[in-house]
Design a protein. Structure first.
Length: 248
């Protein structure tokens, strides 16, 4: 029996070492993915996607950009846009282009981004430098979906897969964070206690060597102490007059 116990304890120690190794690996992967999925990482990926596409614009597209901007902004009544605030123009682009065909929306956004990024003269508009600093993550995501729909679709699917992997790594890390405790020692039950309230404004009452605090305090005594109290006339008198009460 002793040999089997020793073998069991050795196997349990080895298993716990494997648990710790798995926990470290899961936690590390969880944290790595958190870094890849953070807002800053997403912004970098989306800006790269957008800039890569607008860099490919040919000379004819760049030449036509000012006219396309003029056509696009003609129906925008926002005073800041009318005053040439390029940052606000980008902020309101999605709402302003609502109802456009995909092709027309693409052309308008491409023209705006060519100007915003300094690839063509901005004319009367002033844009933040860099243009994307003020844009929200949601706006950048929408722009990337318009300017490079195919790449953005792949990016979105890849990000969804990473999110699922991160959730699984986090679940596993939490699941095995604590060791599985297996003890061969017999469990000892917690000693039974009895709750006794002593309401007199004098403390403590000592009966049969057991002290009971007063002022309505609930005292917890062991079964052995309770048996001794029941043999005490002082305790019996307190029960009879109602100053001592055994709680349910």
């Amino acid at each position: 029996m002793k040999t089997l116990i020793n073998e069991f304890q050795t196997a349990a120690a080895q298993l716990d070492e494997k648990r710790r190794a798995l926990h470290r690996a899961a936690a590390q992967r969880r944290d790595e993915l958190a870094g890849q999925l953070c807002d800053d990482a997403q912004r970098r990926a989306l800006v790269d996607m957008i800039d890569n596409m607008i860099e490919q614009a040919d000379e004819a597209t760049r030449t036509a950009a000012p006219l396309k901007i003029q056509q696009f902004t003609a129906s925008i009544v926002h005073p800041s846009v009318k005053a040439g605030d390029g940052a606000v123009l980008l902020d309101v682009f999605i709402d302003a282009a609502r109802g456009y065909t995909d092709s027309r929306r693409y052309d308008a956004l491409q023209a705006c981004l060519l100007m915003a990024s300094g690839r063509v003269e901005a004319g009367l508009f002033n844009f933040s430098k860099p243009y994307h600093d003020r844009l929200t993550l949601a706006t950048l995501d929408a722009f990337a979906g318009i300017i490079d729909a195919a790449r953005h679709k792949r990016y979105t699917a890849h990000r969804a897969a990473l999110l699922a992997e991160q959730a699984e790594a986090a679940r596993l890390a939490e699941l095995i964070a604590a060791p599985v405790v297996i003890t061969l020692e017999p469990e000892t039950a917690a000693p039974e206690t009895i709750a006794i309230r002593y309401s007199e404004e004098q403390t403590p009452l000592v009966a049969a060597g057991v002290a009971l605090k007063g002022y309505g305090t609930v005292n917890h005594v062991t079964r052995e102490q309770f048996d001794r109290l029941q043999g005490s006339p002082l305790y019996a008198a307190g029960v009879q007059c109602g100053s001592i009460e055994v709680m349910p």
